[in-house]
Design a protein around this ligand. Sequence first.
Ligand SMILES: Nc1ncnc2c1ncn2[C@@H]1O[C@H](COP(=O)(O)OP(=O)(O)OP(=O)(O)O)[C@@H](O)[C@H]1O
Ligand SMILES: [Mg+2]
Length: 243
Amino acid sequence: MTQTSSIIKLKDISFFYPGSNTKVLDHLTLEINTGDRIGMMAPNGSGKTTLLHTIMGLCKPESGTIEVFGKLLEKEKDFIPIRSRIGLLFQDSDDQLFCPTVLDDVAFGPLNLGFSPQKAITIARNTLKRLGIEEFEPSVTHRLSGGQKRLVALASVLAMAPEVLLLDEPTAGLDNKVKKKLIDILNGLDISYFVISHEYDFARAVTDKIYSMENGKILTDDDIQIHRHEHVHKHGKHPHIHK
Ligand SMILES: Nc1ncnc2c1ncn2[C@@H]1O[C@H](COP(=O)(O)OP(=O)(O)OP(=O)(O)O)[C@@H](O)[C@H]1O
Ligand SMILES: [Mg+2]
């Protein structure tokens, strides 16, 4: 049996946005271990994006502990090295893409990791090819469509060869053909990932377990049963939770 080890461990995390007295995360606990492929489905505003930003040190919790790759992260400087090892796909692609062209955007991460400009460009080109979007290479990023930007944002994350992926609604704006490609790509990865999605079929296709969030806490498989079936109650054939 292969040994699993902890990649991300959040314990007792509570978080408020400044000026607000609503606890978005309330004594939340989460573990992501090697081999985990976890889905997260929860209502709008339940705190999913905030959770990912907390892991990356972009939201600073009032209480609790964050341990990543076995290290306790407390100060801003503790988070800097882990940001290049965790691939965060932002919910909004415009938060991820800021270079003039697609090639620059995808090469930016590898350059930052210390690769030579030539090597960074090779990595970027290979990543674009892997996603089947090599024709976007010379495009002006901000002129791409929403779905095209989504793919470029994903390429910019994968180009950094992260050790774990945190994906915030990766399929938003993607057509079925591209979604299918993304399913194949994720299923072909040998790293752990945590993927937020409102699409049950997609989440099922790429993960082994689906969590939810309620009142600032994670509900795991043991607490909930998210599924899709047709029956008479009000949720009809939409994915829903039976507690
Ligand atoms: N920058 C901010 N300042 C103040 N409140 C915020 C900020 N960002 C989010 N919130 C609030 O925090 C709560 C959780 O937001 P979050 O974006 O984490 O939800 P989410 O589960 O990702 O939602 P969605 O499914 O719509 O993406 C919401 O009530 C939201 O209004
Ligand atoms: Mg969100």
